[in-house]
Design a protein around this ligand. Sequence first.
Ligand SMILES: Nc1ncnc2c1ncn2[C@@H]1O[C@H](COP(=O)(O)OP(=O)(O)OP(=O)(O)O)[C@@H](O)[C@H]1O
Length: 255
Amino acid sequence: MGEPVISLRGVRADLGARPVLRGIDLAVHRGEVVALLGANGSGKSTAVRSVIGQVQTDAGEIELFGTPQRRFRDWHRIGYVPQRTTAAGGVPATVTEVVSSGRLSRARFSILRRADREAVRRALDLVGMADRSGDSVNALSGGQHQRVLIARALASEPELLIMDEPMAGVDLASQEVLARTLRSQVAAGATVLLVLHELGPLEPLIDRAVVLRDGCVLHDGPPPKAVGQHALPGHDHVHPHTTAGAEPTRTGLLS
Ligand SMILES: Nc1ncnc2c1ncn2[C@@H]1O[C@H](COP(=O)(O)OP(=O)(O)OP(=O)(O)O)[C@@H](O)[C@H]1O
C-alpha cells in the first residue's frame, strides 16, 4: 500500500451547535480510489470539505501528503470538484475561462503561459468539451457543466482528486465520459476520494468504501455490493447545502 495521501484521525467538527463529524478516522493511500458513502446528512461533504480546509475542525488531526494540513501549501496537488448545486453559476464566463481558473494555482503570478493553456486544453479534451471551449457555461446542460467543473479540477494536473457527488444530476452520456475520465486518471496514478450517493458506473474503479453514519465511520472496507439503485438503503437524496464553516483555509481550491 502506498503512503497516505489523506489522513484524518479523530476529526470532529461542529456546525452551529450540531456535532456533524464525531471523531472520524480516514486514510486514503497513494493510488487508491476510495468512495465515501452514507445517507443524507451523515457528514460526507463536511468530511471532504474539512480535508481541503473549507470547514474548520474542532478536534483531531488532518494530514495531506504527510504534512499537517495547517502547514500544507501545495494545493495545486489537489483537484476538488464541489457538490454541484445549480446547473450554472450565473456568471457569464466561457468554458475556457472556468477551466483556466483551475490552472491558476500552478501559474506563476497568475499569468497563464503556453504550457498552462495546453494543460487547460488537455483537461477540456479529457472531458470531451474542447468543442465547447468558447461557449458560455450558462448555455450548458447539467452534465456538461459538471464535465467543465471536472476539467477545472484536472487543469492543475493534480495527484489527488476529491469529488463530491460527481454523478449527481448528470445525464447518462456525461456519466460515461466522467467514468472514462476517472479511469484514465486512475490509470495514470491519481489518488481519488469520491463522495457518492450510489456506486453506479464508478463501482469497478472503487478499491474501498468508507460509510458514514451520523458523523461516525460505520464501515471501512470493501465496497458494499449494490443495494438496489443505491449504495445504502433509505438514502433519500436532497440538495443543496449552505456554505459550512466559519473561516475556510485559503487554498486556491474553488468551491
Ligand atoms: N453550515 C452548516 N451549518 C449547520 N449545519 C450544517 C451546515 N452544513 C451542513 N450542515 C449539517 O450537517 C449535516 C451533515 O451535512 P453534510 O452535507 O456533510 O452531509 P452529507 O452526508 O454530505 O449529505 P448529502 O448526502 O445530503 O450531501 C447535515 O445535517 C447538514 O444539515
